[in-house]
Design a protein around this ligand. Structure first.
Ligand code: NDP
Ligand code: 7N6
Length: 309
C-alpha cells in the first residue's frame, strides 16, 4: 500500500472532535486531513479513519473503524473491492469494565431508584429486602476478549465469582470456569448477572432469545454492552414484563437511538444508557496510537494493526 494521505471522517465526531485526532496524528510521514465522506474530499486519500461506513470507502485501500464492532461493514463487499478493514479492539476494557461495575452496583444498591426519586424530590427509603451486596454473587461474562477482560477484572474486584463463555474454552485468569459457546446454558444457569461482550456476527445474532432468557435465574439481571442484535429485544421485554428475569442494564439496542415508544424506558429495574459505555475523554488518543502503529507497519510493507478482513 502506498500511503500518502489519510482522511479523518467527520463521523468520528460522535465520539470526539475530528481535529483532536488530526492533531494527535501530526508528525506522521503521511498527510492527515479531516474529510466529509464525499468522493471529492476522499479523492487523494488511500485510507480513512471513521465511525460510519460509506459507499465511497470502497474506492480506498484501507479503512480503520474507531469501533471494535465492525457489524456495519460488509466483509463480502470489502473483499470484492480489495479494501482492508481494521478495527479498534483492545482499547475499551477499562471504560467498559467501569461501566459494567457501575451497572451491577446501581442495580444491587438500588441507585437507579434513588436517582429517579431525587428528580422528583422524593425521599423514599427502599424496602427492607430490596438492596443487596454483589460480593459472593456469580456473574457469567459471555465473550472474554478485550471487553471481557476489563469486565472480569472489575467484577472479581467487587468479590463476584465469575464464569465465562467464549468460542474456544481456553482458561482466562480470574474466571473460575470457561464454557465453550455450545454450553452457554451451563454458563448462565447460576449467574445473578449475565454480561454480554461478544461481537454481533451470524452466530451471535439473537443469541439471547426467549429460550436462553428463560434459562436465566428469575432473580438475574442481563447486562448488554455488546450489540443490541445479540438479544431478541421483544423476547427481552416479555421476559422482563413476566418476571422471568429481574432486570437489565442496556447500553445497546436493536434500533439506536432507542425509540421513544420502547417500553424499556419506563421499566423499574431497567437501566438504559445511550451506547456510551466506552466513551472517555482520551478516546482519540487511543485511536491515534493504533493508527500510528498501523502507519508504521504499512510503511514497512506489513498490514495495518487489528486487521479484520
Ligand atoms: P474481542 O474480539 O476482543 O473479543 C470477542 C470475544 O467474544 C472473544 O472472547 C470471543 O471468543 C467471543 N466470541 C465470539 N463469538 C462468540 C460466540 N459465538 N459465542 C461466545 N463467544 C464468542 O472483541 P471486544 O471485546 O473488543 O469487543 C466485543 C464487542 O463488543 C465488539 O464487537 C462490539 O460489538 C462490542 N463493543 C461495544 C462497546 C460499547 O460501547 N458498548 C465498546 C466496545 C465493543 P474467543 O475468545 O474464543 O475468540
Ligand atoms: C464508541 C462506541 C465499539 O464497538 O460501539 C463501540 O467499539 C464503541 C465509543
Amino acid at each position: 500500500m502506498n500511503l500518502e494521505r489519510i482522511g479523518v471522517d467527520e463521523s468520528v465526531s460522535t465520539v470526539f472532535p475530528p481535529e483532536k485526532l488530526v492533531e494527535a496524528l501530526s508528525g506522521l510521514p503521511v498527510e492527515v486531513e479531516r474529510v466529509d465522506g464525499s468522493p471529492d474530499s476522499l479523492a487523494d486519500c488511500q485510507a480513512v479513519v471513521t465511525f460510519v461506513n460509506r459507499e465511497a470507502f470502497l474506492d480506498l485501500e484501507w479503512v480503520h473503524s474507531i469501533q471494535a464492532g465492525v457489524d456495519r461493514f460488509s466483509r463480502e463487499r470489502f473483499e470484492e473491492a480489495g479494501v482492508v478493514l481494521s478495527n479498534s479492539t483492545g482499547i475499551h476494557g477499562d471504560a467498559i469494565g467501569e461501566t459494567v461495575a457501575t451497572q451491577v452496583l446501581m442495580l444491587a444498591r438500588r441507585f437507579h431508584v434513588h436517582v429517579a426519586n431525587q428528580r422528583r424530590r422524593e425521599w423514599s427509603q427502599p424496602g427492607w429486602d430490596d438492596a443487596w451486596t454483589v460480593a459472593g454473587e456469580q456473574a457469567c461474562v459471555v465473550g472474554l476478549g478485550g471487553l471481557g477482560r476489563g469486565i472480569v477484572d472489575r467484577l472479581t474486584g467487587l468479590g463476584i465469582d465469575v464464569v465465562g463463555v467464549r468460542r474456544t474454552p481456553t482458561p482466562e485468569p480470574g474466571v473460575d470456569r470457561v464454557y465453550p459457546a455450545e454450553r452457554l446454558h451451563d454458563g448462565i444457569a447460576d449467574a445473578r448477572f449475565v454480561v454480554l461482550a461478544v461481537p454481533l456476527v451470524e452466530e451471535t445474532r439473537n443469541l439471547f432469545d426467549d429460550e436462553v432468557l428463560s434459562a436465566m435465574r428469575e432473580d438475574a439481571y442481563l447486562v448488554n454492552v455488546a450489540r443490541g442484535g445479540v438479544v431478541d429485544q421483544s423476547a427481552l421485554v416479555d421476559a422482563l414484563e413476566s418476571g422471568e428475569i429481574a432486570g437489565a442494564a442496556l447500553d445497546v439496542f436493536e434500533t439506536e437511538p432507542l425509540p421513544e415508544s420502547s417500553p424499556l424506558w419506563e421499566m423499574d429495574d431497567v437501566i438504559v444508557s445511550p451506547h456510551c459505555g466506552a466513551f472517555i475523554d482520551e478516546y482519540y488518543r487511543h485511536i491515534a496510537a493504533i493508527v500510528r502503529e498501523s502507519v508504521r507497519r504499512v510503511q514497512t510493507g506489513d498490514e495495518p494493526a487489528n486487521r479484520v478482513f
